[in-house]
Write a protein that binds this ligand. Structure first.
Ligand SMILES: [Fe+2]
Length: 389
């Protein structure tokens, strides 16, 4: 052991320790617990994450004999165990962490970027309303006021020929908090609307505070899609005294509540089923709404990409999700570190495929955290086609 370089142990242990803290943080945020409970557990995780290594270092420095070499062998017994456990975790977890990096997990061959444009505040005009976002939004490199508008072609498995060319405007994580001007959303929605989508999909996290419910009418007014507008609620909508008021406002504006019951539309003689999933936060789905009708294809909407297995089981050809915000911060060459998912950052944003179900995860339009780096807000206009075409 004497010959083992302690710095290598310490480096591995640091990786293991940070990995454990991030894993705990991601996992707790993937649960259906109430937000206040999650915030308390988050603080506990961070406290333990700081206290444990601090105590270990302090104990080592305090008990160290003068002149003794700083080697693994001379460490206190408990610190040796602590170090070995963290190193083992690093060795076991690192391959999984690398394997889940976007460069390996995304199905890049199943989507093509047709048009992508980044609007920056100087192009869009001032978009901040609240003090928190207007202060933070002016910091260099902070992208919370940006908007990436993009058109993507998605290549689907067994997509009926009659549905080729179907277009969907995918919006997610609008987060009406009062911090952004309605214009911020309206500009992006108008860009989507002028492309004349067949369908609008909104995949949750619509309003954060009761006082912002009235903004729904201003932000979502006037959107039109001939084959319908469909939404599900997200975890942040559960912060409201009565989340159903969000649903009711959108229904008044002609949206269909896919979190409550299935829907369908006809296109070129084909019947498309639209199914929603709000797990693990809401259980509003009415089983009696399930229809045994024959349908040609299924479009799924879930707030969390953790519901991919459900999408596969339900037979969704395409599943549209949000929730993970792309990780909010993405480091060059590394990507995101934190995302509220059981899969960590694997499904932070992008296009993924499992057993014939294609999943598109949006980075979303806003959030409650006033920072984004390497991860601008986005709205997407999706062109659907068969992969064999
Ligand atoms: Fe969100």
């Amino acid at each position: 052991m004497e010959k083992i370089a302690l710095p290598v142990f310490l480096l591995l242990a640091t990786i293991g320790h940070c990995g454990l803290v991030v894993w705990a943080y991601n996992s707790i945020n993937a649960t259906g617990l109430r937000r206040t409970t999650i915030k308390r557990i988050e603080k506990l995780i961070l406290l333990i994450g700081v206290l444990l290594p601090t105590c270990a270092i302090a104990a080592e420095l305090y008990s160290r004999e003068a002149g003794s070499a700083f080697t693994f062998e001379n460490l206190r017994f408990l610190n040796k165990i602590f170090l070995v456990v963290l190193c083992l975790f690093a060795v076991v977890a690192t391959p999984f962490w690398i394997e889940s990096r976007p460069i390996f997990s995304q199905s890049r061959d199943l989507s093509q970027h047709l048009v992508s444009h980044l609007w920056k505040p100087e192009e869009k005009g001032s978009c901040f309303r609240g003090r928190k976002f207007s202060t933070m939004g002016r910091l260099p490199f902070n992208e919370i006021g940006w908007m990436e508008v993009n058109q993507k072609k998605l290549l689907l498995n067994n997509f009926p020929k009659a549905l080729h060319g179907l277009t969907i405007a995918h919006i997610s994580d609008v987060h009406l908090t009062g911090q952004m001007e309605p214009l911020f959303y309206r500009q992006a929605f108008e860009w989507l609307q002028q492309l004349q989508p067949d369908v609008f999909v909104l995949s949750g996290d619509i309003v954060d505070y009761d006082r912002c419910v009235d903004d729904i009418g201003v932000v979502f007014d006037g959107l039109h899609a001939p084959l319908g507008k469909y939404f599900v609620l997200g975890n942040h909508d559960r912060r409201l005294r009565d989340p159903i008021q969000v649903s009711n406002r959108l229904i008044q504006l002609g949206w269909h509540d896919a979190g409550k019951c299935h829907a369908s539309f006809l296109h070129n003689g084909m019947k498309v089923r639209v199914v929603g999933n709000e797990l693990p936060w809401f259980h509003r789905y009415e089983t009696e709404s399930h229809s045994d009708d024959i349908f040609s294809w299924t479009l799924g909407i879930a707030h969390s990409p953790d519901q991919l297995a459900w999408g596969v089981k339900t037979g969704c050809g395409l599943l549209l999700c949000g929730h993970t915000h792309g990780g909010q911060i993405r480091f060059p060459g590394i990507g995101p570190i934190v995302a509220p998912s059981w899969h960590g950052t694997r499904y932070a944003s992008g296009v993924f495929e499992r057993n014939g179900t294609l999943m598109h995860v949006s980075r979303g339009m806003s959030g409650v955290h006033p920072y984004r780096w390497g991860c601008p807000p986005e709205v997407s206009f999706l062109h659907l086609t068969d992969r064999t075409n």
